[in-house]
Ligand binder design. Structure first.
Ligand SMILES: Cc1cc2nc3c(=O)[nH]c(=O)nc-3n(C[C@H](O)[C@H](O)[C@H](O)COP(=O)(O)OP(=O)(O)OC[C@H]3O[C@@H](n4cnc5c(N)ncnc54)[C@H](O)[C@@H]3O)c2cc1C
Length: 287
């Protein structure tokens, strides 16, 4: 199938893009890398009347290290993030997640902003944004606002973006000294969306866990922090046995639904196995 007819606009500036989105309201859809939107249109799961192609807006692309944060522009391609020395140095969690996102051809076109705005519950970047405490920079006709990752992902393919708004960037706070992160996912084939994934960030310094943010993806309708698991580990020895003892708390934190990959019980089991593996990989954790 091919997409139904649609109008196409290619603005050269953010202001122009916002004006187009305001003019066409719910009829318009932003086109970034097109790796998700175009197939959805071809399957007629999405039928926008107007596509606002943001690929010419250079100000939306790029990675910048500032005094307190790393800013990733919405239009930054996955491949650029994957190869960025700044990301490898300051955001190693994201660097380890990138090779798991789809395949090279998709990473060449797909964008950071497209992935976060789509909010697929099994996607890697939304989970990393939540684990790292990122803020999303959102622009609308009235100006810019910042939305914490906690408040950005609202549910299945749902975000805090309102009609007429555009995701401009995300800002990731620079990690405190000694903080570490670890990432892992289980997928049927490398590059597929995750059956279950874990993105973790925090401190295992001074032989104790503290300030952990453990985020699961692929097990709910959005990326999800495991609050009880985090609390069970907080202040405890940074050791494999602490992790194992805390894993039971995931029964309370997670409520996975059965999907194509397996039953709810299977997904919960996989989440526990993966969390055990991922947390053990964190720098500073004793075997
Ligand atoms: C075979 C296949 C496998 C894949 N596997 C994975 C995977 O394992 N993990 C994963 O995370 N992703 C995966 N993807 C998706 C891929 O990462 C996409 O690139 C990404 O989800 C969407 O990015 P995009 O730039 O292509 O966005 P588009 O397809 O252009 O847009 C996606 C949605 O986001 C909106 N949007 C885009 N940019 C903005 C913006 N700046 N502001 C507001 N709204 C915006 C669009 O309107 C649309 O609704 C896969 C895709 C395919 C086809």
């Amino acid at each position: 199938m091919k997409a139904p007819r649609f109008a196409y606009a290619r603005p050269a500036s953010l202001a122009e893009a916002l004006a187009l989105l305001a003019e066409h309201k719910g009829d318009a859809r932003v086109l970034a890398g097109g790796q998700s939107l175009v197939p959805m249109m071809n399957f007629r799961l999405a039928t926008p009347k107007v596509l606002v192609d943001i690929n010419r807006i250079a100000a939306l692309a790029g990675i910048k290290v500032a005094k307190n944060h790393v800013r990733i522009g919405a239009l930054t391609r996955h491949v650029e993030i994957e190869r960025s020395a700044d990301v490898a140095r300051h955001l190693p969690l994201i660097a380890s997640a990138m090779p798991h996102i789809a395949h090279p051809a998709i990473r060449n076109r797909g964008t950071f902003g497209g992935s976060c705005a789509l909010a697929d519950p099994a996607a890697e970047l939304p989970a990393c944004a939540l684990a790292l405490g990122a803020s999303f920079v959102v622009a609308g006709k009235k100006g810019e606002r910042r939305v914490a990752a906690e408040d950005f992902f609202k549910g299945l393919y749902a975000t805090a973006l309102k009609s007429g708004e555009l995701l401009v960037a995300a800002e990731f706070p620079l990690a405190k000294p000694g903080y570490a992160s670890a990432f892992g996912e289980l997928a049927r084939r490398h590059g597929d969306y995750a059956m279950v994934g874990v993105a973790a960030h925090g401190s295992a310094q001074g032989k104790k866990f503290s300030d952990l943010r453990v985020v699961f993806f692929g097990v709910g309708d959005r990326p999800q922090r495991a609050a009880q698991f985090e609390r069970a580990l907080d202040g405890q020895p940074a050791a494999a046995k602490t992790i194992d003892a805390g894993l039971q708390k995931l029964n309370a934190d997670l409520d996975p639904r059965a999907d194509l990959h397996g039953s709810a019980a299977t997904k919960l089991h996989l989440a526990k196995v993966l969390a055990g593996r991922v947390l053990r990989k964190m720098e500073g954790v004793a075997a």
